[in-house]
Design a protein around this ligand. Structure first.
Ligand code: ADP
Length: 191
C-alpha cells in the first residue's frame, strides 16, 4: 500500500498518519518529523533547515526530495509507505513520480484531510501550548496557511484528475476521523 496524506497545517495529518500506517502495516514517513529530529540533534541538515522551519517556509525541493528518496530506499518501506507532509510542491510531485516509476511502483491513494478553516488556527494554537513547537506561533501559523493554500492545495487537483484522491472529513474525534479514513481508503483500493 503506497499512500499520501495531505491537509492544511493543523488538519491532523501526523496523528492520523500513525493510525492509518499501523492499520495497513506500512511505515508512516513524516518529512516534518524527520526535519525536526535533525534540528533537535543539531545535525548539519538540522542547522540548514532550522531557520526555514521557524519562519514557516518550505525547505528547498531538492534537499527534501533527497531525504525522502533515502528514506523510501530503507528496507521497511519496500512493501509500502504512508507519506505525511510530502509532496508539498509540484516539483516534489514530479520527483516522487520519477522515484516510483524507476522502482516500478505507483501510488494507491492520496488522502485529503479536510477541516473547517476556522478550526485549524485554534487547533494549532492549542498544540503550541501543549507541545511548544517552534513554528506554532500565530505569525508563522498564518504564513504556513498561506503557503499551504498557494503551493500545496493545488496538488490535490492534480491527484484528483489522476483518480487517486480520497477526500475525508477531518472534523471530529481522532477515532472518528481514523475510522472514516480507513473506510474510505478500503473502498478506494477495493479491500
Ligand atoms: P504542518 O503541516 O503542521 O505545517 P509539518 O510537520 O508537516 O507541519 O511540517 C513542518 C515544516 O517542515 C514545514 O513548515 C516546512 O518548513 C518543513 N517541511 C515539511 N515537509 C516539507 C516538504 N515536503 N517540503 C518542504 N518543506 C517541508
Amino acid at each position: 500500500m503506497r499512500l499520501l496524506i495531505m491537509g492544511a497545517p493543523g488538519a491532523g495529518k501526523g496523528t492520523q498518519a500513525v493510525g492509518i500506517a499501523t492499520h495497513y502495516g506500512v511505515p508512516a514517513i513524516s518529512t516534518g518529523d524527520m526535519f525536526r529530529d535533525n534540528v533537535k540533534n543539531g545535525t548539519p541538515l538540522g542547522k540548514q533547515v532550522d531557520a526555514i522551519m521557524k519562519a514557516g517556509d518550505f525547505v528547498p525541493d531538492e534537499l527534501t526530495e533527497q531525504i525522502v528518496a533515502d528514506r523510501l530506499d530503507q528496507p521497511d518501506a519496500q512493501g509500502g509507505f504512508l507519506l505525511d507532509g510530502f509532496p508539498r510542491t509540484m516539483h516534489q510531485v514530479d520527483a516522487l513520480d520519477d522515484y516510483l516509476d524507476k522502482h516500478g511502483h505507483s501510488l494507491d491513494a492520496v488522502i485529503s484531510l479536510d477541516v473547517d478553516p476556522e478550526d485549524l488556527i485554534a487547533r494549532l494554537l492549542k498544540r503550541a501550548e501543549l507541545e511548544g513547537r517552534a513554528d506554532d506561533n500565530e505569525e508563522t501559523i498564518r504564513h504556513r496557511m498561506e503557503v499551504y493554500t498557494s503551493s500545496t492545495a493545488p496538488l490535490l487537483d492534480a491527484y484528483k484528475s489522476r483518480g487517486l484522491l480520497v477526500a475525508v472529513d477531518g472534523n471530529g474525534t481522532v477515532d472518528e476521523v481514523g475510522a472514516r479514513i480507513a473506510a474510505a481508503v478500503d473502498a478506494k483500493v477495493g479491500r
